[in-house]
Design a protein around this ligand. Structure first.
Ligand SMILES: [Zn+2]
Ligand SMILES: [Zn+2]
Ligand SMILES: [Zn+2]
Ligand SMILES: [Zn+2]
Ligand SMILES: [Zn+2]
Ligand SMILES: [Zn+2]
Ligand SMILES: [Zn+2]
Ligand SMILES: [Zn+2]
Length: 338
């Protein structure tokens, strides 16, 4: 996936449901004069929206952009980005203002308080342009499900299998059981590095202090604070008399991780309908950013539903009414940098 575009490189979103008088009372940017979402204060007190702040030079001191427009700060000292600070007052005032999604021009009809925008776009917007983790084509998120079942995507994924690096996946794995492998016969599977506790392939593996290998899931079940016997010992494993240890005394098992990074697995959400298969190292990203069958919580009404149903759901009255009814309960986002 490409890095999400930080707010500071995005123009301010369009506000919704405000008349001109309402809009004129919102804190505005000294440069572009739009509502100052993600605002910063310049050293001499001008207010810049996150976008105009992001266009300031990083290293070179330049005059305040307000000065270009005959603003009161015309003769102000020069400054650069890092000399500005987050404008908490403007951010608080703007956090509950309803806005359109950044992807409204691509078809997203969702409206939400500004503070929800980054999360909506990163995790749920069906009209966000994303890069397929398999073949790296760019497409709308809502088209990923069909696309990833297509031969066109799978063939590229399989052709590039050798080019993937080693994931650092231990922390994502520890509360999930190992995913099911795909396309291996029993002999192949028996050659994979396996867990001393559950005997499944040791995805996200750790080494215990005395040399046992635990999958990320079994490692995650070790006690954090109390030293206990190795879980291998429960199963008459060679480490029966080994010293006790806890989680932090284990270290990532890079050898097992390397061997398993390219093994094809089913998605964790296969039981909910995701048919995508991928090298293990893509699993966390697939699930976090693109899986249409992941159970997610709507940023508006907090109902749980499948990501693929979010688009329809968020246009529904049931969701909008709940969002609007709870408008007073939102906190203040810290949004300038993401
Ligand atoms: Zn601006
Ligand atoms: Zn200024
Ligand atoms: Zn959207
Ligand atoms: Zn693809
Ligand atoms: Zn295990
Ligand atoms: Zn052991
Ligand atoms: Zn999936
Ligand atoms: Zn909702």
């Amino acid at each position: 996936m490409p890095n999400p575009i930080p707010n500071r490189l995005r123009p301010p979103p369009r506000t919704v449901g405000l008349n001109e008088a309402d809009r004129s009372r919102l804190p505005s940017c000294s440069d572009c004069h739009l509502p100052a979402f993600g605002a910063f204060k310049t050293p001499h007190g001008c207010r810049l929206c996150g976008f105009c702040w992001g266009r300031l030079a990083c290293l070179e001191r330049l005059p305040c952009p307000g000065a270009r427009k005959h603003h009161a700060c015309r003769g102000a000292v020069k400054f650069h980005q890092d000399e500005c600070s987050p404008d908490q007052e403007a951010r608080l005032q703007l956090s509950g203002v309803f806005i359109e999604c950044w992807n409204s021009s691509s078809g997203c009809l969702y409206i939400m308080p500004y503070m929800k925008l980054s999360t909506h776009e990163a995790q749920e917007c069906q009209f966000k342009l994303v890069s397929c983790t398999g073949c790296h084509r760019n497409l709308l998120r809502r088209d990923l499900g069909d696309h990833q079942r297509s031969d066109e995507c799978r063939q590229i994924l399989i052709a590039n299998l050798g080019n993937y690096g080693v994931p650092n996946d231990g922390d994502n794995m520890r509360i999930r059981p190992p995913p099911r492998t795909v396309g291996l016969n029993e002999a192949d599977r028996s050659r994979l590095p396996s867990c001393s506790d559950c005997h499944l392939p040791a995805f996200g593996a750790f080494k215990t202090p005395h040399g046992c290998r635990l999958c990320g899931f079994c490692w995650g079940r070790l006690a954090c604070l109390e030293r206990l016997p190795c879980p291998g010992a429960r199963k008459h494993h060679a480490c029966q008399n080994a010293v006790k240890f806890h989680q932090d005394e284990c270290s990532p098992d890079q050898e097992a991780r390397l061997q398993l990074s390219c093994v094809f697995v089913e998605c964790w959400n296969s039981s909910r309908g995701c048919l995508y298969i991928m090298p293990y190292m893509k699993l966390s990203t697939h699930e976090a950013q693109e899986c249409q069958f992941k159970l997610v919580s709507c940023t508006g009404c907090h109902r749980n539903l499948l990501r693929r149903d979010l688009g329809d759901h968020q246009h529904s009255d049931e969701c909008r009414q709940f969002l609007i009814a709870n408008l007073g309960n939102y906190g203040v986002p810290n949004d300038g940098d993401n």
